[in-house]
Design a protein around this ligand. Structure first.
Ligand code: ADP
Ligand code: DP6
Ligand code: CO
Length: 325
């Protein structure tokens, strides 16, 4: 039976940056994100006894090589967890740019996990789905839920306590997240290799680890108090620290381009003028600007004036996994 699931991307306010176990995707630190309404993946899975390998189509194109193997490797985990023995047809459409710092791996693996479990005839709890999705891409563990979501790093070596939990529902803290596109080019350093190189070689990684728990605790307090200013200050600071670690890696790398800096400067200029907005950046050059709903239009107008901005996608807080059949 063919089953289809939809999952949305998420933007981390406290970043997941580093693994303590690469096979199980266990993170070195807990993280916190907002699920976005606008960007999502829809994935269908159908197991088929006639297949001799998993087939993967993304955005209507047949995918071969390494990218297909990643999907097969993930489906091997699904087969181990469910007792399913057949290979599958996987058909996925990203309503988000792929591998460009818009978190396609989060929506992609969350949708794949949900569709595959259903196609295998099983029902998983959200916690179980989060643990499974995590093993495709760490950030996918958070896309199982809508709203504000924490991924608790856990302690157990088997990863059974490393999963997301909902912090606030979709309708409990309404915010706008402006996804400011400066390029949709694929990144040169995928998140996975970027964080690995940083953990292994950057002398600044220690500073990240020492302070990230404090950031997480403080932002949770701010979120629960609906204290937008404190939340903004913490999330911006946390993003800057994450990116700082990449500069100390060997060989060093950075996800920012000159256009990225232009948007960052504009956001701090807006604040000087009294318009509260804060930026965060994932593993890529595009910027996400967090703003209260009442200031959304004014901030969009100002950011649209920057010559290097190619598109602004206004997002709101989005839902968790949904099933389409
Ligand atoms: P992003 O910023 O888009 O999350 P990453 O470097 O984290 O970039 O991950 C990109 C990788 O995620 C792709 O190379 C691919 O392996 C995987 N991916 C993206 N979309 C999908 C999808 N719909 N289904 C399965 N895997 C996907
Ligand atoms: C900077 O989840 O894409 O976006 O687990 O290796 O697939 P893998 O990496 P991924 O890393 C996301 C890194 C980040 C921060 C975040 O989303 O928390
Ligand atoms: Co990703």
């Amino acid at each position: 039976m063919k089953k289809t699931a939809r999952a949305h991307t998420n933007i981390a306010l406290i970043k997941y940056w580093g693994k303590r176990d690469e096979q199980l995707f266990l993170p070195t630190n807990s993280s916190l994100s907002i699920t976005l309404d606008r960007f999502y993946t829809e994935t269908s899975v159908e197991f088929d006894a006639n297949l001799t390998a998993d087939r993967f189509r993304l955005d209507h194109a047949v995918i071969e090589g390494k990218e297909r193997e990643k999907v097969q490797h993930f489906l091997d985990k699904v087969r181990r967890a469910t007792g399913e023995t057949r290979f599958a047809h996987v058909e996925s459409v990203n309503h988000v740019p792929t591998a460009a710092g818009f978190a396609s791996s989060a929506s992609g693996y969350s949708a794949l996990a949900a569709a595959a479990i259903k196609a295998a005839g099983q029902t998983f709890t959200e916690k179980e789905l989060s643990i499974l999705a995590r093993q495709g891409s760490g950030s996918a563990s958070r896309s199982v839920y809508g709203g504000f979501v924490e991924w608790q790093k856990g302690q157990l070596p088997d990863g059974s306590d490393s999963h997301a939990i909902p912090i606030l529902n979709q309708d409990e803290f309404d915010l706008a997240v402006l996804s400011v596109e400066v390029t949709t080019e694929k990144k040169k350093v995928l998140s996975r290799e970027g964080m690995k190189r940083t953990v292994e070689t950057s002398p600044f990684y220690e500073g990240w680890l020492k302070t990230v728990d404090r950031d997480l605790a403080a932002i949770k307090t701010a979120i629960h108090a609906r204290d937008f200013r404190s939340m903004g200050e913490i999330l911006e600071y946390n993003a800057l620290k994450m990116h700082a670690t990449t500069l100390g890696a060997d060989p060093p790398f950075m996800y920012w381009q000159s256009a990225t800096l232009k948007v960052m400067e504009a956001v701090s200029q807006l604040r000087e003028e009294g318009l509260l907005a804060y930026f965060t950046i994932d593993a890529g050059p595009n910027v996400k600007v967090i703003v209260e709903i009442e200031n959304e239009q004014a901030v969009i107008e100002r950011l649209n004036q920057i010559d290097v901005v190619s598109e602004i996608y206004p997002c709101r807080v989005g839902p968790g996994i949904t099933y389409l059949d």
